[in-house]
Design a protein around this ligand. Structure first.
Ligand SMILES: Cc1cc2nc3c(=O)[nH]c(=O)nc-3n(C[C@H](O)[C@H](O)[C@H](O)COP(=O)(O)O)c2cc1C
Ligand SMILES: [Mn+2]
Length: 455
């Protein structure tokens, strides 16, 4: 039977058909070996580890480490990826709920031994245990009942116990805080093994109360199919591979110790929140999807694609000259962005910088370029700064701005943010101006270009 196109399995088939899936048949230890292999093949083909020591369950990683893979998953050309994602934010489609689904083919009730059940990798030397890194966490606002979907890493603590390390500004943390104020625990469901649309949607910076599953529908062009959980009042993707249903207890804190973060360093955030599994459900022969954490292509890119697309939509709504926001790989897919604009009016580039920084707290250094520059080409962006930027008037420096907790150089949670506006100004390019491009006569250029092969 053909695989449902809303599933990870369907996506793996697409990868395989495109020659982008490497099957690792040699036995690997989930303790550091999977991490080492994914790191060594960081931006290479997706890796499917068929034989994981101590488990019948296979592990798949490095699936979405290149922009082409997101496009493959969404069935669009890669050149349309950003526009498609930007459109999806404004054209959401709510999910539908089914009564039964493959993700519940096997049901394990509590008490649970998650370490025995799932081959969750141990990633880095100083980390305190195995981490689930591609778990899409579904929860509902205890006040409004509205759904939230996002990723947070979960460390296995033994038995059915886990630790979630959630940033304070994330919606999931706000929901946990609301539950705490009401003296309640927060029901969550962790869906592992998802279609790219679900992962992308989970990374969108939208408002509290906006359902990321609606965005997944927008990305898919059809409603995401969900199924009701067994032990919590939540719904999860019907074709996920594995689901952990659980209760998050905001009163129960667990010290995390060192954990890797996207800059590539260890950080020590202090205590995380305890989570207790109430059931595990999965498909037959499930696949445990993972994302190599730290400064790794997939980890950085998953955020970058969504942050860029979301910001493009938000900026364009108020500044029509904005064309695209590209969040760069060197900036770890989080801290640096390039904004392209078409003939901005004086001061409009600076306005775009301030707006983007205000909307996404992570952003620290933003370069604004004219729309004739490919923001994905770092040489072209640098050319633009060299050719169009005047430091004394085109730069904004905001000292003591609120930092993201992940920023490696923050000082008491503040940091200096810088905007570099390297766009043209009125009159540039005109005869006698300082930015008049040197060109061969147009007719000759066209003639030679159209017959280039013959030379
Ligand atoms: C692979 C991966 C792992 C992530 N891990 C965490 C994490 O451990 N803690 C966290 O707060 N955010 C983590 N994030 C980022 C959040 O998922 C992301 O910021 C999301 O948009 C937050 O959504 P929310 O505000 O709706 O909760 C991770 C992102 C990715 C791609
Ligand atoms: Mn949210």
């Amino acid at each position: 039977m053909a695989e449902d196109p809303q599933s990870l399995r369907w996506f793996l088939k697409q990868l395989s058909a495109a020659g982008q899936l490497h099957e690792v048949s040699r036995r690997v230890d989930p303790r550091f070996e999977i991490s080492a292999l994914l790191g060594l093949r960081d931006s290479g083909p997706a890796q499917h580890f068929r034989d994981v020591a101590g488990s019948d369950i296979s592990v798949a990683g490095n699936l979405l480490n290149r922009r082409e893979r997101y496009a493959l998953g969404l069935g669009i050309p890669v050149t349309d990826l950003d526009a498609h994602c930007t459109r999806a934010v404004g054209a959401t489609i709510p999910p539908v709920i089914l009564d039964a689904a493959p993700v519940q083919e096997v049901v394990h009730p509590a008490p649970l031994d998650l370490r025995a059940l799932l081959p969750v990798p141990v990633w880095f030397e100083q980390e305190g245990g195995p981490y689930i890194t591609a778990g899409v966490i579904v929860a509902k606002d205890p006040e409004t009942g509205l759904r939230n979907v996002s990723i947070a890493r979960l460390r296995l603590e033994g038995g059915g116990r886990m630790m979630a390390g959630i940033a304070r500004n994330h919606h999931l943390y706000i929901l946990a805080d609301k539950a705490k104020a009401m003296g309640r625990k927060l029901e969550i469901a962790v869906a592992i093994g998802n279609h790219p649309a679900v992962l992308l949607a989970s990374q969108m910076y939208v408002k509290l109360g906006e359902d990321e599953f609606d965005i997944a529908g927008g990305l898919l062009g059809e409603p995401l199919r969900l199924v009701r959980c067994k032990t919590v009042d939540l719904e999860v993707p019907a074709r996920a591979e594995i689901v952990i249903e659980a209760l998050l207890d905001p009163e129960d804190l667990i010290e995390e110790g060192a954990v890797s973060e996207f800059p590539g360093f260890y950080v020590r955030y202090g205590p995380g929140i305890a989570v207790e599994a109430t059931a595990v459900t999965h498909r037959l022969a499930p696949i445990l999807q993972v994302v190599l954490p730290g400064y790794a292509s997939e980890h950085c890119l998953m955020g970058a694609v969504s942050i860029g697309a979301g910001l493009t939509a938000q900026l364009r709504a108020v500044i029509p000259a904005v064309r695209r926001v590209f969040v760069t790989p060197g900036g770890m897919g989080r801290l640096h962005a390039v904004i392209t604009m078409h003939r901005p009016r004086p001061g409009e580039g600076k306005r775009a910088v301030m707006l983007a920084m205000g909307l996404v707290n992570l952003l620290k250094h933003i370069t604004v370029v004219e729309n004739d520059i490919d923001p994905e080409d770092p040489v072209a962006v640098e050319w633009s700064v060299a050719a169009r930027f005047r430091g004394h008037e085109d730069m904004i420096v905001i000292e003591g701005a609120k930092a993201d907790r992940c920023d490696p150089v923050h000082d008491g949670m503040t940091v200096t943010k810088i905007g570099i506006v390297a766009t043209t100004r009125p009159g540039d390019g005109e005869a006698g101006g300082r930015s008049e491009f040197a060109r061969v006569p147009e007719v000759i250029l066209k003639r030679i270009a159209s017959d280039l092969e013959s030379y």
